[in-house]
Design a binder for this molecule. Structure first.
Ligand SMILES: [Fe+2]
Length: 271
């Protein structure tokens, strides 16, 4: 009571009016903040926050957030649109770029950069792509039969510079021409190494009605757009009739000592 009396005694009518004027914006700001929170809840459909929940970010907290630097801004000239049906960028710790184990050490010819390299053409995705494939360089596992195949090469820019940490997401039919739509058999993604190289251990895909033999792949340099395309095999009768076959996407095949085949291909991205 003594404190109350002192407060009463210490605040004249003039002081009280000044204090009221000062406090008005504070009350108004508090009211706006509450309304903004309610609006967010309405948009997201989230239930109202309980009174014990952490307070929504205040204006002061927002002001202290670092302003993005130029390098953090997505460049407008080279956007990296991630199609809604595509999620090749991994989110798990096990999928950090550069950790892909090489399935097979293969010898690769050095890219011929004395002549102009032409960017790899895009082809349709087809109906069998599945996002969130596992990170692995070998697709061979129990139950996978067929002729062993190593697909290897480089990811290059149009000025023939190797692209490290480029993402490659492969998917293909099994030796009977069937895609695994329930799981991730014969599906996997990996990253190029420091020299822009990749190697995939798999089997020669089988044929299915309406198409020639092929392997699907998505290729993406870091922070660049995704190239979706397909790789083809030489000396296939159906190459003559396949509606989207393109000879610039042919693997350069060779037999591997000890069995199996190797197909080389260098992807060239327009970066
Ligand atoms: Fe296919």
């Amino acid at each position: 009571m003594k404190v109350k009396k002192q407060f009463r005694a210490g605040v004249s009518r003039r002081k009280f009016v000044q204090l009221a004027l000062v406090m008005s914006p504070a009350f108004a700001l508090a009211a706006c903040g509450e309304q903004a929170t309610s609006t967010v809840a309405a948009i997201t459909g989230a239930p109202p926050s309980p009174t014990t929940a952490p307070a929504a970010p205040t204006l002061a907290a927002t002001a202290t957030q670092p302003i993005p630097t130029a390098t953090q801004v997505v460049p407008t000239t080279a956007p990296a649109p991630m199609p809604t049906t595509v999620a090749p960028v991994p989110t798990t710790a096990a999928s950090v770029p550069g950790t892909t184990q090489r399935a097979t050490q293969v010898l690769l010819p050095t890219p011929n950069c004395t002549s102009k390299v032409v960017k790899t053409i895009a082809e349709e995705e087809g109906p069998y792509f599945k996002p969130t494939s596992p990170e692995r360089a070998s697709l061979i596992e129990t139950g996978i039969g067929g002729t062993k195949l190593v697909v290897a090469g480089y990811v290059l820019s149009t000025d023939c510079k190797p692209v490290k940490n480029a993402l490659l997401d492969f998917w293909q039919a099994d030796t009977n021409g069937q895609y695994d739509l329930q799981g991730f058999k014969l599906r996997g993604h990996q990253y190029t190494d420091e020299n822009g190289r990749f190697s995939l251990e798999t089997v020669v895909p089988g044929l299915y009605p309406g198409r020639t033999r092929h392997i699907h792949v998505k290729v993406q340099a870091p922070n660049q757009s995704i190239l979706t395309t397909q790789l083809y095999f030489p000396n296939e009768a159906r190459n003559q009739t396949d509606r989207i076959f393109n000879q610039t996407l042919l693997l350069q095949m060779q037999d591997v000592t000890g069995g199996g085949k190797q197909g080389n291909y260098n992807f060239v991205l327009s970066i």
